[in-house]
Ligand binder design. Structure first.
Ligand code: 6R9
Length: 664
């Protein structure tokens, strides 16, 4: 039987058996941005090595000092420097590439917009003038609740131009989640849109802002973009709101001088799930962040200005901020944006776009790869595209999925890097530099230049490097892309990320280590494998969700006495939430109650967080001090051994739950 005739899975298995490493194609290496391994030593010359990252930008005022580490963990990068992010992503490209496309946007229904750097300059300026007219001033936090339409990056860059930090809330978040983030960020502005398209339907997105305005404590000014020239027929816009179209008409051809920002002034907030019920506002600085994402876009994503680059993430998450908007545009490349879902109106939608725009570099998630794999290679075949470079982010990629991606999407001629990083880290921390390191399916690769990952056990004792032993992943030295703090809550910043593995009384940064919250292993070859979260954070189809956040949503339902959420492994989505519920006395365990629980999660967080299963139980496993042991529920959900139950107040509870669920 020839290789072609064999079932796909069998060839993939055989291949993985034969080969651990894959060499980057020679053609790729010949053209790559980094081909000299000395980059690791150069950038690793701490902290001055990071200066070459800052030198990729235009500064209004040069920095005096690379790093001020005198008050850990409140590090300051490129101290004394001044710059503007919108100038760096737009204005500085006009001399050389004003007619080059900056954003290539495709609507779900096939509409296309080709926004050149000159157009982007005009639109960002007019939008900045419009926001200023609406009252936005330097340092005001602007909450942006927009889907994947050009207005989103344009609004972000307009905010950056004014020195007003944006707080983008992923469009899939509910009205409640939006209201919570408006209040948490002390924000007096919401920028939204009448609606957008999902699977052929027009979603009246503005309704979420209507509801959020009703429930938030603050009373934000609401500014409304329209998806078409006029407000869609299906949507009503409150008279209290201001239409962006009107403001833009008044500010036609206006320009706004980019506000010079201190390197340490915040560029944006991004709320993300943590280990408590309340999301954290990760605050990112202007100078360090922009330097870091520009450099990693160049070195890791291997972006050249002439490239057409497509990151298929949503700008509403950190991946889109760093690697659709700030990094690629700072390098002056052409960045593709797609409004819709990958299977509408057909399962070849992605490859149709890749072919149409002749995409060179493609960035996606393992969840998407698993989905493409499930749909089958026939949906890829017949499309004429040729990626030079492909990347993944968001969760570990299984070797099988990796090889499928390599073979069927990359045609074995593209290089692949898996990038490990977080909302908090701003940019990639563990990943291969594509021309320097061999690819190893299933592994995130080596540390980025200048980054110092290490492993510690639960007591904080260092695990020997490259020992193959699992531990808590920490980062020992600060880096320019790291978050500054949790907005308005320095204590929480220290609690969440530092206190477990640092000497918090020390003023010496060597005694401080950043806790990633992930478990990891470093192999003898120095490659890192990230195993997943060790805390109460789960990863559903690449979306980060806090179990506590889900539990507080479930607790809103009156019928619920107590609830706990556990992550169940899922072949498609990586993990999905299972909800274990104890109902109040007198409440009947029914489909109606389950439905109310599902609706509560959709309302409080968003549809993407919907529980996979709601399971009624008589009791939850708790320690003597009353803490719910989610680990045990997770083992039950996954059909694993229960593990140690001796610390439970009632050690018979897990068995009872298992009998109830699995009906033994
Ligand atoms: C960029 C982003 C961060 C969490 C992180 C980890 C998981 C991300 C990964 C990965 C294994 C990778 N994660 N990339 N796990 N391999 N390449 O995803 O940010 O949404 O904040 O999630 O995602 O668990 O801690 P964010």
């Amino acid at each position: 039987m020839s290789e072609q005739d064999q079932p796909d899975d069998a060839t993939i298995e055989a291949r993985l058996h034969e080969q651990d490493y894959f060499r980057p194609p020679t053609e790729f290496v010949g053209q790559a941005n980094v081909t000299d391994p000395s980059i690791h030593d150069e950038v690793g010359d701490f902290p001055e090595g990071f200066e070459q990252y800052a030198e990729l930008l235009d500064w209004d005022e040069h920095w005096d000092e690379v790093l001020d580490a005198s008050d850990p963990p409140f590090y300051e990068w490129f101290v004394g420097g001044e710059l503007n992010a919108s100038h760096n992503c737009v204005d500085r490209h006009l001399d050389e590439r004003k007619n080059q496309t900056a954003l290539l946007w495709e609507g779900e229904g096939g509409e296309q917009r080709n926004i050149s750097y000159q157009d982007l300059y005009r639109r960002v300026n007019e939008t900045a003038a419009a926001l200023r007219q609406a009252g936005v001033e330097e340092d005001d936090v602007v909450t942006v609740h927009l889907p994947m339409v050009p207005a989103l990056p344009i609004t972000m860059l307009a905010c950056a131009r004014l020195g007003a930090p944006h707080s983008v809330v992923f469009a899939g978040f509910s009205a409640e989640a939006l209201a919570e983030r408006v209040d948490a960020a002390d924000s007096d502005f919401i920028v939204t849109i009448d609606g957008y398209y999902r699977r052929g339907d027009f979603l009246p997105h503005i309704e979420k802002a209507d509801e959020a305005n009703g429930s938030a404590d603050r009373d934000p000014e609401t500014l409304v973009w329209t998806r078409h020239d006029d407000v869609h027929d299906d949507v009503g816009v409150s008279d209290d709101y201001t239409m962006m179209a009107d403001l833009l008409a008044e500010n036609r051809r206006e320009t706004v001088e980019p506000v010079s920002r201190d390197a340490e002034d915040p560029l944006f907030l991004m709320y993300t799930s943590g280990t408590t019920g309340k999301p954290k506002g990760c605050q990112h600085r202007t100078g360090g962040y922009l330097s870091y994402v520009t450099a990693t876009s160049k070195y890791v994503l291997d972006i050249e200005p002439e490239d057409t680059y497509w990151c298929a993430a949503d700008i509403g998450w950190i991946t889109g901020h760093s690697y659709i908007v700030y990094g690629p545009l700072s390098l002056g490349t052409t960045s593709v944006m797609y409004e819709g879902t990958p299977d509408h109106p057909h399962k070849s939608r992605m490859w149709e776009i890749a072919e149409r725009y002749d995409v060179d570099i493609f960035h996606t998630s393992p969840t998407a790869v698993r989905m493409f794999m499930k749909w089958g290679k026939e949906h890829v075949e017949g499309y004429d595209f040729d990626f030079r470079h492909m990347t993944t982010v968001g969760e570990p990629i299984q070797p099988e999925a990796w090889l499928w991606y390599y073979k069927h999407i990359g045609d074995e001629s593209a290089v692949i890097v898996d990038t490990w990083w977080q909302t908090e880290t701003g940019g990639h921390l563990i990943t291969n530099l594509p021309a320097l390191e061999d690819m190893k399916p299933g592994s995130a690769g080596k540390a980025c230049p200048g980054i110092s990952p290490a492993l510690v056990d639960d007591e904080g004792d260092e695990i020997e490097p490259a020992s193959g032993k699992a531990g808590n992943l920490i980062i020992e030295r600060p880096w320019p892309g790291m978050l500054q703090t949790v907005y308005g809550n320095d204590e929480r910043f220290i609690e969440e990320y530092w206190e477990d593995f640092s000497d918090v009384d020390s003023g010496d940064w060597h005694d401080w280590s950043y806790k990633a919250g992930d478990g990891a292993v470093q192999g003898q070859d120095g490659y890192w494998r990230v195993l997943g979260r060790l805390d109460d954070v789960m990863n559903v189809a690449g979306h980060r969700l806090g179990t506590m956040e889900l539990e507080s949503a479930v607790a809103e339902v009156e019928d619920v006495a107590e609830a706990a959420v556990a992550a169940r492994e899922d072949a498609q989505k990586g993990e999905v939430p299972d909800v274990y519920v104890v109902v109040r006395d007198g409440v009947e365990e029914s489909d109606a109650v389950s439905q109310r629980i599902v609706t509560a999660v959709e309302d409080e967080i968003g549809k993407f967080a919907r529980p996979a299963n709601v399971m009624f139980v008589d009791d939850l496993p708790k320690t003597r001090s009353g803490k719910i042991m989610r680990r045990i529920l997770e083992n039950i959900s996954n059909g694993d051994e229960l593990g140690d139950t001796t610390t439970l107040r009632d050690p018979s509870v897990p068995e009872k739950i298992r009998d109830q669920i699995h009906g033994d």
